[in-house]
Design a protein around this ligand. Structure first.
Ligand SMILES: C[S@@+](CC[C@H](N)C(=O)[O-])C[C@H]1O[C@@H](n2cnc3c(N)ncnc32)[C@H](O)[C@@H]1O
Length: 234
């Protein structure tokens, strides 16, 4: 089985020889791939919902991997025992759902050595939570697949030195690297801000006004980064 760009990029951050847990595994593509390739000798694949849990179980059994991949049904990290998985992958969910998953089982999270997270939206909220809860962003990347741009964040226990909310919104390591897809990503972020500001313009409440001012300041900074990034030589 081959993996597509997004999932393949995630596997690139898995240290060989570790035990991973893939939370919200759906068809278990990621754990099947890393165990079949010998990147990991064992994995746990979990899903909250019956249908994806059944698909994962089926995929693991069909490939004769039931002795190496434990498929479990349950919410977030809760099906894991503390210390069971050194690396946790949570991909394809909103940043706030991922944040809730991480916060929902502190005794499991405390024993995790690396998080590989791929939020579909609200990456800034997720990075802020990581920085405020003893996680350092060790790497980040962007992947384009099927006309979509995906961000992947890698975090390890430690102190994140960047606390500026706008930098955490963009992704501090992406900025430091001058990632080749950074301009496209900043464009996407700016478009999201424009959509929210457009919706806020319909309200006359003081709360909406306050939020409009805050978002306008942030949008200006994102556009400044975009401008600077476009001026960098290739
Ligand atoms: C869009 S799929 C992503 C599948 C795969 N991780 C990927 O990136 O291709 C999201 C999966 O997360 C599962 N899910 C959602 N909330 C969850 C939670 N709190 N705990 C475990 N699984 C969850 C859903 O049932 C679904 O199978």
């Amino acid at each position: 089985m081959e993996l597509t760009g997004r999932l393949a990029a995630i596997t690139g951050f898995i240290p060989p020889g570790t035990v991973i847990a893939d939370i919200g595994t759906d068809h278990a593509r990621l754990p099947v791939y890393v165990v079949e390739r010998g990147i990991c000798h064992a994995a746990v694949a979990t899903d909250l919902n019956e249908k994806p849990y059944r698909s994962a179980l089926q995929a693991v059994q069909n490939r004769g991997l039931a002795g190496k991949i434990s498929v479990r049904r349950g919410d977030g990290l809760r099906p894991l025992r503390p210390g069971e998985a050194e690396v946790v992958v949570v991909a394809g969910m909103g940043g706030n759902t991922i944040r809730q998953i991480l916060a929902g089982a502190p005794e499991v999270l405390a024993r995790v050595r690396r998080l590989i997270l791929q939020p579909m939206v609200d990456g800034g909220d997720l990075r802020r939570w990581l920085a405020e809860n003893g996680w350092r962003l060790v790497d980040e990347t962007l992947v384009e697949e099927g006309g979509h741009l995906y961000v992947i964040d890698v975090a390890e226990p430690g102190r994140e030195t960047v606390t500026d909310p706008v930098l955490l919104e963009i992704g501090p390591r992406l900025l430091e690297q001058g990632h080749p897809l950074l301009s496209a990503y900043l464009d996407k972020l700016a478009a999201g801000y424009h959509r929210v500001l457009y919706a806020l313009a319909r309200s006359r409440s003081s709360e909406a006004l306050h939020r409009t001012v805050e978002l306008t300041v942030r949008l200006k900074r994102i556009k400044d980064y975009l401008e600077n990034n476009r001026q960098l030589p290739d």
